[in-house]
Design a protein around this ligand. Structure first.
Ligand SMILES: [Zn+2]
Ligand SMILES: [Zn+2]
Length: 165
């Protein structure tokens, strides 16, 4: 996406609606994507503010039991991009998605996606996970394995107490 006109025409504003570019995003995992709304606005010489908004639907694996979890991910971002030769403030230092006057939208989206990626995926709040010895999904019933794992920190503490006796 070439931004040279956006950079040079003060107060120019453009609003676009695009298909979310699925390729390069683990397409198989994205189930659905709403159209991507983009607004570009010249906010001074050589400076363009980019706002984007869309919603993605993924199927991700539960962190504990690995079963598939349908996940909705709203993607919203605001970034300022700079024309070549402009001084870039430190907090916007990372402009790897800009190549001269060209915006690599996919790279930008990838970066923003990482920022808003959920930190934890659970099929439900109290998912019991899988048995560490036999791999049984414990939400579907217990397996009868002896899963008692002594806590090493606690064991060390016990040693200390014993030593003090
Ligand atoms: Zn789970
Ligand atoms: Zn088991």
């Amino acid at each position: 996406m070439n931004l040279s006109q956006m950079f040079s025409q003060e107060q120019k504003k453009e609003e676009l609606q695009l298909e979310f570019p699925l390729k390069g995003f683990g397409k198989d995992r994205i189930k659905k994507a709403t159209p991507l709304f983009l607004s570009l606005e010249n906010i001074g010489k050589g400076k363009v503010e980019i706002k984007g908004e869309c919603e993605l639907e993924f199927t991700l694996a539960c962190d504990r039991c690995l079963s598939p979890v349908p996940t909705r991910l709203p993607l919203r971002f605001e970034r300022i991009v700079y024309a070549p030769g402009m001084e870039i403030p430190e907090e916007e230092d990372d402009q790897g998605f800009m190549d001269e006057y060209d915006l690599n939208l996919e790279l930008l989206l990838e970066e923003e996606l990482q920022v808003c990626w959920p930190t934890k995926i659970l099929c439900h709040e109290d998912c019991k996970g899988i048995c560490p010895s036999c791999g049984q999904n414990l939400n579907e019933g217990s397996c009868g394995c002896d899963t008692f794992v002594p806590d090493i920190r606690f064991a060390n503490l016990m040693d200390i107490f014993k030593g003090n006796e």
